[in-house]
Design a binder for this molecule. Structure first.
Ligand code: NAD
Length: 359
């Protein structure tokens, strides 16, 4: 989107009344893309991010600079800071909250479990508390995760499938978020939409995700691990391109109804929704590596490893018919096309002044 950002003329409002959106996690991968898209179509956007050190902060700062150049500003702060949240609500009458701030990643929970509770559970409650007291109350769209399907083996995953067997603390906190959303909807009439994203990838992506660090390791000649599921099973992911996820987020914001409570009092039933945002075509991780090898023109050194019980699940596959019907969500980018765009961005971003790759 950086090209579109640079060449953008005055954005046209997409409807008569623009949305006013607080995007939490705006310096993150998904948040930066959606913030830019909202601004492009003429909505009001304010970002919030604590710029934590889970991965390379300079990448978050680079996303922030690009957003700044388009007139999107990010306040540096934490969703647990309720007095800061209240100040933001005082200066802007947010019609919508797009809540993407979270501690992401499944393996990091082994080193730092409390960060998941702080951001994904306590932080979400802190945000909902402020939304509950706001007048008018904004509609909330937030990122849950495909990880809530946990140890389910029957695919594709549908929204009504069981979600009571999370395989990681990350998944458990996302599932907790869904229960918390139900409570705030039920008691306070908040309109809340949860989005279960399936392995999002693309330019400006997250360095902790496999497609990203495989690219780095292949270029550096390092051996990459290819995990094998139980009984020599294939490990596969329903990789979903960032532009498709952005469209799903915009569709969710546009179809979000108003909250029905005011100042903490419930006035009537409010909207409570949950959607899968995936690509409906899982790709084995070994095929992901083959595509990267072709795009990078480098043969990868690989080692097959039995999948450890570290929170990863062997297979994800989304049924997206509900999102198709309700949001008009229709992913259009296949993995080959999306990875080509990612690799182009990666090689440009990490090239130093002499044109060499500087990781
Ligand atoms: P990201 O880590 O790039 O973005 C999250 C941002 O939130 C980061 O910039 C981080 O600094 C910020 N943040 C974290 N805790 C915060 C806090 N307490 N207060 C303020 N800011 C905080 O991750 P992403 O890939 O952009 O993911 C966005 C959302 O989507 C997350 O909720 C994630 O759990 C969810 N999700 C992502 C994927 C994926 O494949 N990328 C899949 C499923 C769900």
């Amino acid at each position: 989107w950086e090209k579109r950002v640079r060449s953008s003329s005055r954005p046209k409002p997409h409807r008569s009344k623009p949305l006013i959106v607080l995007v939490t996690g705006a310096a993150g991968f998904v948040g930066s893309h959606v913030s830019a898209a909202l601004k492009r179509r003429g909505d009001g956007v304010l970002g919030l991010d604590n710029f934590n050190h889970y991965y390379d902060v300079s990448l978050k700062r680079a996303r922030q600079s690009l957003l700044n150049s388009q007139g999107v500003f990010i306040v540096e702060g934490d969703i647990n800071d309720s007095s800061l949240l209240r100040k933001l609500f005082d200066v802007a009458a947010f019609t919508h909250i797009l809540h993407l701030a979270a501690q992401a990643g499944v393996r990091y929970a082994m080193e730092n479990p409390s960060s998941y509770i702080d951001s994904n559970v306590a932080g979400f409650v802190s945000l909902l508390e402020v939304c509950k007291s706001a007048n008018p109350q904004p509609a909330i769209v937030w990122a849950s995760s495909s990880s809530v399907y946990g140890l389910n083996t029957e695919v594709p995953f549908s929204e009504s499938d069981r979600t009571d067997r999370p395989a990681s603390l990350y998944a458990a906190t996302k599932k907790a978020g869904e229960e918390i959303a139900h409570t705030y909807n039920h008691i306070y009439g908040l309109s809340i939409t949860g989005l279960r994203f399936f392995t999002v990838y693309g330019p400006w992506g997250r360095p902790d995700m496999a497609y990203f660090f495989f690219t780095k390791d292949i270029l550096q000649g390092k051996t990459i691990p290819i995990f094998e599921g139980p009984n020599h099973g294939t490990v596969a992911r329903d990789f979903t391109y960032i532009d498709d996820i952005v469209k799903g987020c915009l569709g969710s914001l546009d179809t979000a109804e108003k909250s029905t409570g005011t100042g903490g009092k419930k006035r009537g039933p409010a909207q409570l929704r949950i959607f899968n945002l995936g690509n409906t075509s899982p790709v084995p991780v070994k095929d992901l590596v083959s595509i990267l090898e072709r795009l990078l023109k480098v043969k990868a050194k690989k080692t097959i490893i039995k999948m450890p019980r570290n929170g990863d699940v062997p297979f994800t596959h989304a049924n997206i018919s509900l999102a198709q019907r309700e949001l008009g969500y229709k992913p259009t980018t296949d993995l080959q096309t999306g990875l080509k765009k990612f690799v182009k961005w990666y090689l440009g971003y990490y090239k130093d002044v002499e044109g060499k790759l500087a990781f």
